[in-house]
Design a binder for this molecule. Structure first.
Ligand SMILES: *Cc1c(COP(=O)(O)O)cnc(C)c1O
Length: 449
């Protein structure tokens, strides 16, 4: 006979009927289905834990952001930020929807080429582009966004030696009123470096300056810094036109739009406070439309938004491993999802739901991952239903950065599933096995048994 599970009862202060700062409701509603597919079936078929991406949500979110911008401005181009989620299936989906590729390394550049994107539709950002990367990108006609003077001079040399005129933009950083200011990437606007870089490019005659770029931050909780950034890029574009009679073809405002996640320490949930795509689009396009740029020369507006396009489409499903009482008497629930695969739990209060009907009784709980490591905390404090070993949980809004910033630490990484618009599940990344890592390691002969 199976040993029945027993938990000793505890006495809890009754606080039913007392609103907390989010109102009356404690969230105990389960998530049992994702796009019509049963969570329990997914876990049975593919194992626990399990990443799940919703094609429906990706498509809807993309179309929503596209509508927000194209309804306000005639020339819009999205470029998918590879580092946000570079699973080939995800990139291919964004490319199918019309996005170009935005990459920040030779590795990502290769991925974009393999995903069938044309060289001229790859935007190459980042401070670390090798000479080989730059030669390849120049020959392919990619849009090279120069980050620093060392790269600028290297590219001028390359252009000379391969007899090509690379298409370039510079990344500009500036004071947009936010703190901290991201001034480590690109050329600073206020100290004159951006203008200096532009003049050196124009005078060299070796590079074709086609655009101006900035990426002012990430999870930007207000749209107004984008207005400031747009204004400063336009000022540069007008100066270039004035001095060289040269017209900039595009302004790239980067990414950084907030997803609907809630930051740790935030008073209100992100769903209530984060700007919408319409807010960001308004902030950016109004400045261009109302600028001194003549209507026939309006630049294309490129957007590299990552997080806001994919966070909502991602879920991670898992299983309760155990419950225990901490020294303080506080309830602790241990699940099989650790910070090694949920990197964003370091700065988000991720929403966790049970996957099955459970009691409406909740308790203030700490949710730990399975790692033998003190920092492995998924939620420090959450009013959570009483779950038992073997019950399942669903964590929402984890599509951005987790599947790229994850680490192989203590456990192996699980499968990733894409649910298509017909509710059919596809494995888009297999789970890792020991052999994946064995294959990379070499034990010197003298250490072998
Ligand atoms: C990371 C990155 C993005 C995407 O940023 P999000 O905050 O995810 O929108 C866009 N452009 C550049 C240059 C980046 O480094």
């Amino acid at each position: 006979m199976e040993k029945l599970r027993y938990e000793s009862p505890i006495i809890n202060k009754v606080n039913a009927g007392m609103p907390d700062k989010f109102g009356m409701n404690v969230n105990t509603k389960p998530i049992s289905y994702i796009d019509g597919v049963s969570v329990k079936d997914l876990l049975k078929d593919y194992g626990s834990p399990l990443f799940v991406l919703s094609e429906k949500t990706i498509t809807e979110t993309y179309n929503n952001s596209k509508r927000a911008f194209t309804s306000r401005y005639p020339k819009i181009q999205f470029a998918w930020s590879y580092k946000t989620n570079y699973l080939n299936a995800v990139c291919s989906l964004f490319h199918q929807l019309g996005s170009w590729a935005e990459v920040v390394s030779g590795f990502e550049y290769e991925k974009a080429i393999k995903n069938g994107i044309e060289g001229k539709h790859i935007i190459f950002n980042g401070p670390d582009k090798s000479k080989e990367d730059l030669i390849k990108a120049s020959k392919n006609g990619s849009l090279i966004h120069i980050d620093h003077f060392d790269e600028l001079y290297m590219l001028i040399e390359i252009a000379d030696s391969i007899d090509e005129t690379p298409k370039v933009a510079i990344r500009v950083n500036m004071d947009t009123g936010i703190f901290p200011q991201w001034d480590r990437f690109g050329f600073n606007y206020e100290n004159g470096e951006a203008w200096n870089a532009i003049n050196r490019i124009m005078i060299s005659k070796k590079l074709n300056l086609v655009g101006l770029h900035c990426h002012i931050g990430t999870y930007m909780m207000s749209p107004s810094p984008y207005s400031v950034a747009t204004k400063k890029l336009i000022d540069l574009a007008l100066e270039i036109d004035h001095k060289y009679k040269h017209k900039i073809k595009y302004l790239d405002l980067g990414g950084g739009f907030a997803s609907k996640n809630t930051l740790k320490g935030a008073y209100l949930p992100g769903t209530d406070t984060c700007p919408t795509f319409d807010d960001y689009a308004d902030a950016i396009t109004n400045v261009i439309i109302n600028s001194q740029i003549s209507p026939e020369n309006l630049p294309t507006l490129i957007l590299e938004t990552g997080r806001a396009l994919i966070d909502d489409a991602g879920y991670i499903l898992g299983t309760v491993l155990a419950n225990k009482r901490l020294a303080s008497g506080r309830r602790a629930t241990i699940i099989d999802i650790g910070v090694n695969m949920l990197f964003t739990s370091f700065w988000y209060e991720h929403e966790i739901f049970p996957a099955q009907q459970c009691s409406t009784q909740t308790e203030d709980t700490t949710i730990y991952g399975p790692l033998c490591m003190n920092i492995d905390v998924i939620r420090q404090a959450i009013q959570f239903p009483i779950l038992q070993k073997g019950d399942n949980v669903v964590i929402k809004r984890i599509g951005a950065y987790n599947m790229t910033q994850w680490m192989q630490f203590i456990t192996l990484r699980p499968k990733i599933i894409l649910i298509d618009t017909e509710s059919k599940a596809h494995i888009i990344r297999k789970n890792e096995t020991n052999s994946v890592f064995e294959n990379l390691e070499i034990t010197p002969k003298y250490l072998k048994k």
